[in-house]
Design a protein around this ligand. Structure first.
Ligand code: ZN
Length: 181
């Protein structure tokens, strides 16, 4: 664990506030949990479930949905957290101008080219979306599970040895949920 309270650690705290402000007024699929709980949980999964303490990964986890789902753009993130974090977040951002099938394919292809640290953040995003499923309506549940399987089909091929543990956690979670269906 990183025990120094350096500027990067301060940026991590700032990223939590930044994400909460950006997602203000948005809710999770249950319609009552504030959306910001999701990036906070993804950050906790990266650190406490997957065991990574690289502040850049934790900051990226906190910010991973701000470009896609809020009025925040690449330049806003770059200005506040630097170009590397902004680039990592952009790897986790879907291009909403594209038709859905094509958008998903482009997103995944892009993600497979991303640094492994970003790929780990995506695996944490999947873990949270799957863990959160019990609170979602049935139709959204099967859609989320289906999408997680599509992502898993690609992400299981991540070459970095660091991803082995997280990939296994996602696989077990999908198996568990499939059996329950
Ligand atoms: Zn997310």
């Amino acid at each position: 664990m990183n025990r120094t309270f350096d500027s990067t650690s301060r940026q991590l705290l700032e990223a939590a506030s930044f994400a909460a402000r950006a997602h203000d007024g948005q809710y999770r699929k249950d319609g009552e949990t504030p959306y910001a709980s999701h990036p906070f949980r993804v950050c906790l999964i990266v650190r406490d479930v997957f065991g990574f303490d690289d502040p850049r990964m934790l900051i990226t986890a906190l910010l991973h949905d701000v470009i896609e789902d809020t009025t925040t753009d690449f330049d806003d993130v770059s200005e506040a957290f630097g170009p590397e974090i902004a680039t990592w977040v952009s790897f986790l951002t879907k291009d909403k101008r594209l038709q859905e099938d094509y958008r998903e394919r482009a997103y995944l292809a892009n993600l497979m080219q991303a640094p492994w640290q970003v790929q780990i953040c995506k695996l944490a995003d999947i873990v949270d979306n799957l863990t959160d499923l019990t609170r979602a309506p049935a139709q959204k549940r099967s859609r989320t599970l289906h999408r997680a399987e599509q992502y898993y089909a690609q992400l299981q091929h991540i070459a970095a040895p660091e991803a082995t543990g997280p990939i296994e956690i996602v696989r077990k979670l999908i198996d568990e949920l499939r059996q329950r269906d």
